[in-house]
Structure formats: structure tokens, C-alpha cells
Design a protein around this ligand. Structure first.
Ligand SMILES: C[S@@+](CC[C@H](N)C(=O)[O-])C[C@H]1O[C@@H](n2cnc3c(N)ncnc32)[C@H](O)[C@@H]1O
Length: 247
């Protein structure tokens, strides 16, 4: 997979099309869930990986000791504005973070902000993140549930933004590779187009255990924002949340 992330996430295409979906209320609910699942408290130093415009870091300010939102592209951080007390923004590539080993108690990646490369690249990214955790530190990774996508692998949608711009999305999930290709187009009012295609890798529950081990982490649990009955993730679960620990 080539590096498609700047064209897709770095500007108007992604930021304008998700602005109305990722509301402050949803962000606060998700931040509460992250705090709960990671058992975060007022002394914890936390890293928000691929923080975008910082909606989770901002929502958890005050509940944790310190939260660093790490983001590769400048425009999302520009939209994030000034960080509140207890929050900082860091512009960096999560695969080569300019941070000391072991300097975080916990880290999280919400909304598929970790696995954007081929399997080898994804494993290197996870290992780079693992190095930042202290022994006993925790990591939460949330992404789409591949079992759910496999049931309906192709989806298209078209909607209008409040200002009249049109958004067209077409996604196609390949269950054999675990890769979802999401093509997105934004049609501006003057008819000009912005378009890009994301390629996101979603790991299944069974793939997570060896993936975690190779990165030097222990897979503590796999769950979902709607926890599966009986504990095992089925196709009904809306997403997959992996909880990992550094031994
Ligand atoms: C799907 S968005 C999710 C943003 C945020 N976590 C949220 O829930 O709103 C993925 C984010 O990861 C960022 N990103 C992509 N590649 C990155 C990298 N190598 N290092 C750090 N951030 C990256 C993108 O720019 C984008 O803001």
C-alpha cells in the first residue's frame, strides 16, 4: 500500500466530510469509554495516536494527568486549536515518534488511526507504539469489526453537507486480506472535486494475539463499544477494541 494518508486525511476531504458525524457528544462518550477500558486516572500520562483534530484528548482533559495528541499532518492540528490545560499536540509520525521509550502509562488509537500500511509496516507501527509504554502500560486500539464488514463487504453512500457540498463514499472490504478500501469524493459548490482512497487493515480477533506478541505486548481482551454477549466477538459487534498490556 502506498502512502495515501496526506491526500486523504491531511485537508478538506476528510475533515469536512466527518465534521458533522464526529460530534462533541459522540467524542465525549467515546472518551469516557477509553478512560474506563484503560482504567485511566488523574496521574496517568496518555498518548492519543493519530489524534486528528484532538476530539478525544480534549474530552478527557481533567480526567487524566496529561494527554498528548500525536498527529502527522498539520491541518487537523490547526483545526484542533489551542490545547486545554493538561493536553498538548505533537506533530509527528507515529512510526517514528520523537519521544522517550517508556514515557507513557497508556496510549490509544481510536477510529482506525494505526494500521494504514502493509502487514509488515503495521507490525513496525505497533512495535514503535509499544516502546513508548512503561512496563505495565496499556494500549487500546479501536477499529471496524472485520466480521461485520465481511457480511456486507461493499457499501456506497451519498450525502449533502449543510453548506450543499456533496460527499460520495464507496467502500469495499476484502475478507481474505482484511483490507478495506474506502474511496471518498467531495464535490465542491463550484463543481470541483477532491478525492482520495484510504486502505485500512482491520485485524480479526484471532489475528490480534500473534500481532500483539510480535510487538512485545500481551493481548488482555478483545471487546467492542457494544460488548458481545458471551464475550466472543460476532458479526453483530459494531467495532473491535483490542486491549493490550506491556509486560
Ligand atoms: C481516521 S482518522 C482518526 C482521527 C481521530 N483518532 C478521531 O477519532 O477523530 C486517522 C488520523 O490518523 C492520522 N495519521 C495518519 N497517518 C499517521 C501517522 N503516520 N502518524 C500519526 N498520525 C497519522 C491522520 O492524519 C488522521 O488524522
Amino acid at each position: 500500500m502506498g502512502d495515501w494518508t496526506e491526500g486523504y486525511y491531511g485537508g478538506e476531504l476528510y475533515l469536512a466530510t466527518v465534521a458533522g458525524l464526529l460530534t462533541p457528544r459522540l467524542s465525549a462518550l467515546e472518551a469516557d469509554r477509553i478512560v474506563e477500558l484503560l482504567g485511566l486516572g488523574p496521574r496517568d500520562r496518555v498518548l492519543d495516536l493519530g489524534c486528528g483534530s484532538g476530539r478525544h484528548a480534549r474530552a478527557m482533559a481533567g480526567s487524566v494527568g496529561w494527554c498528548c495528541g500525536l498527529e502527522r499532518w498539520p491541518e487537523p492540528l490547526h483545526r484542533a486549536g489551542a490545547p486545554p490545560p493538561g493536553v498538548a499536540w505533537l506533530r509527528a509520525d507515529l512510526r517514528a515518534p520523537p519521544l522517550r521509550d517508556g514515557c507513557f502509562d497508556a496510549a490509544f488509537s481510536w477510529y482506525a488511526s494505526l494500521f494504514m500500511w502493509d502487514d509488515e509496516g503495521n507490525e513496525r507501527a505497533l512495535a514503535a507504539v509499544a516502546r513508548l509504554l512503561r512496563p505495565g502500560g496499556r494500549l487500546l486500539v479501536q477499529h471496524a469489526n472485520p466480521l461485520s464488514l465481511a457480511r456486507e463487504p461493499v457499501a456506497t453512500a451519498r450525502r449533502a453537507l449543510p453548506d450543499g457540498r456533496q460527499v460520495e463514499e464507496a467502500s469495499s472490504f476484502d475478507p481474505t486480506t482484511g483490507v478495506d478500501r474506502c474511496a471518498r469524493r467531495l464535490v465542491r459548490l463550484d463543481g470541483s472535486l477532491l478525492e482520495g482512497t484510504a486502505q485500512l487493515r482491520y485485524y480479526s480477533e484471532t489475528e490480534w494475539e500473534p500481532l500483539a506478541r510480535r510487538a512485545g505486548l500481551h493481548l488482555a481482551a478483545v471487546t467492542s463499544t457494544t460488548p458481545p454477549p458471551g464475550g466472543r466477538l460476532g458479526p453483530e459487534a459494531p467495532d473491535l477494541i483490542a486491549l493490550l498490556e506491556k509486560p
